[in-house]
Design a protein around this ligand. Structure first.
Ligand code: PGA
Length: 253
């Protein structure tokens, strides 16, 4: 069985001090519950990473970046490499979030290279895929998501693929208050797992964490996480308050 993961994506929110406070609040809340079988991850903005890593030190909270540049170093003004992320103690990196694809023009070639750059530093990619509203409405979601995974992940060796976390995030559900129904999430997660089985075999497919993302909240997390192929969540808005985030972390049954 895949490990359970709940990862928060803070997006462009929280100053350094606010971020440290949130990590402290989360540590306090985590101490009150039994969530030892859940890997907890927070993803602050770049400038907060160093302080967030220090604040999380020695606790069950892991720290992720929200993005990375695909090249190792060089004349890429404003960009951050995987080696730099590793140097501040980050363990995870979100790659290919739909907001990066939509607002910053990231394409499949960039995303595949980012996955490689992150793995080369021994960090864990949280790789995002998902269809937009029109694609869902025209029944194209499996074709779109299957195509993304094939183009962006299936160049990996089995050994490298086994280190990847997948987050399925229907773009129409991100920050909109709309959530995929538990059955829609399950159908897509099962489809993703079947694609992975075909490419890498059942052993690796069953161990691959597939997270759901898109307006996941304490009130709907239990039903979604209760589905067989849902191994946790990538959480935006509801990860910005420790009480909400803890409500999702403890939603597994
Ligand atoms: P949301 O964002 O939970 O605010 O919908 C999820 C995400 O974009 O990762």
């Amino acid at each position: 069985m895949a490990r359970k993961i709940v990862a928060g994506n803070w997006k462009m929110n929280k100053t350094v001090n606010e971020g440290v406070q949130l990590v402290e609040d989360l540590k306090n809340e985590l101490a009150k519950v039994d969530a030892s079988d859940v890997t907890v991850v927070v993803s602050p903005p770049y400038v907060n990473l160093s302080e967030a890593v220090k604040a999380a030190g020695g606790s069950a909270v892991n720290v992720s970046a929200q993005n990375v540049h695909q090249e190792a170093s060089g004349a890429y003004t404003g960009e951050i490499s995987a080696e730099m992320l590793k140097s501040v103690g980050v363990g995870y990196v979100i790659i290919g979030h739909s907001e990066r694809r939509e607002y910053f023009g990231e394409n499949s070639t960039d995303i595949a290279k980012k996955v490689d750059a992150v793995l080369a530093q021994g960090l864990t990619p949280i790789y995002c895929c998902g269809e937009v509203k029109e694609e869902r409405e025209s029944g194209q979601q499996n074709k779109i998501v299957g195509g993304q995974i094939e183009a962006e992940l299936f160049h990996l060796s089995a050994e490298d693929f086994a280190k990847v976390v997948i987050a399925y995030e229907p773009v129409w559900a991100i920050g909109t208050g709309l959530t995929a129904s538990p059955d829609q999430a399950q159908d897509m997660h099962a489809f993703i797992r079947s694609c992975v089985t075909e490419q890498y075999g059942e052993g690796i497919a069953n161990e691959t964490p597939i997270l759901y993302g898109g307006s996941c909240k304490p009130s709907n997390a239990a039903e979604i996480f209760g589905k067989k192929d849902v191994d946790g969540g990538l959480i935006g808005g509801a990860s910005l308050k420790a009480e909400d985030f803890i409500g999702i972390i403890t939603a597994f049954n």
